[in-house]
Design a protein around this ligand. Sequence first.
Ligand code: G3I
Length: 359
Amino acid sequence: MGQINRRSFLAVSAAALTLPDHASSTELPALGPLARAAGLEFGSAVGPWLWREADFRAAVLRDCTAIVPEYEWKWDYLTRAGRRTDLEPIRRYLAFAEKNGLALRGHTLVWHGAMPHWYPAAADRQEALTLMTGHVTDLVGSARGRVRRWDVVNEAIEPADGEPDGLRRTPLLAQIGRDYIEIAFRAAAAADPTARLVYNDYGLGASWGAARRDAVLRLVEHLVERGAPIHGVGVQSHLAAGDGYDGDGLAVFAARLREMGLEILVSELDVSDTARRGAPDREVAAIYAHYLATVVEIPNLTAIHTWGLSDRHSWIRAKAGAENERPLPYDRAMRPKPAWEAIAGALRRRAAEHGRLTS
Ligand code: G3I
């Protein structure tokens, strides 16, 4: 597969896209049954718009077999009113998922990007340990047996920080030490032995991601050697038009995880066209098609989760100058785009290969 440049996958994948520009969603099969036939979860990050918008909710129920709270299960959001953890968002998504037969992926327990506003900048080790393990225990325990997967630690790798093992320099690393990650996984497993526990990070499929892949593998190998309860790795997959990705690198990374008995998830898939203003929907869809053609060949792949279902709510559009980006399978009017068909095509392909890949 090698390094994929824009020209090659435009040529290869564009022809694969047969969807007219704005097909009605009633004319198309849903992604949910395709995912089940493929033996995969297909899901999406969701937010409070799930409750407010009937058309968005209908698409989730039609297409998704799993949902991921995009920000409402994060430590900062759950403690936005103070030190007490607000468990209402947990209860609300649990009720919706269970009523509709959807799996939940809890995102995310420990992330430097979502620390409570009151978290002490200079906690000593014991205080940091008590706060972190208390948060993990309370949150995971509150949903014991009801959340299929938890992103236990998110984005703990940053080779550019210069640490010998590639760990990101965060307050928890400084205050607790390098074992904070193992401690978080063990606390999550103690609170819910039934949950699948995932390490989640970005850049792992990127053409510039070799150092990140190596550092994540070192971290995961260390956790596995220590007997820590880790079950999988989330490859966020925030792709960009004009950028390439490393299909071979990703396949080797996934194979190494498989040797350790771990699953791999595409955990936050979207395709930004920031670098190429206004890249047409077909170009964005060609990136989905080509990336997923690599991904669905990975035997230990268990889930494809997009980071949103509709351009109406993409985090990318919250960035300055990106208001008109179209990174997701549905447009703002909830009409499926060529990217939707690209995902459907990948699920169909996996379904056809399911037996061979998972035997
Ligand atoms: O919806 C509220 C709105 O009512 C309120 O007025 C406003 C101001 O407080 O906040 C709005 O919520 C914001 C939410 O995005 C929706 O826009 C939250 O404050 C804001 O924190 C949240 O940002 C999220 C970000 O992570 C930080 O948690 C993004 O939605 C989410 O897409 C982004 O996701 C991350 C993954 O967790 C990890 N990987 C990278 C990815 C993208 O940054």
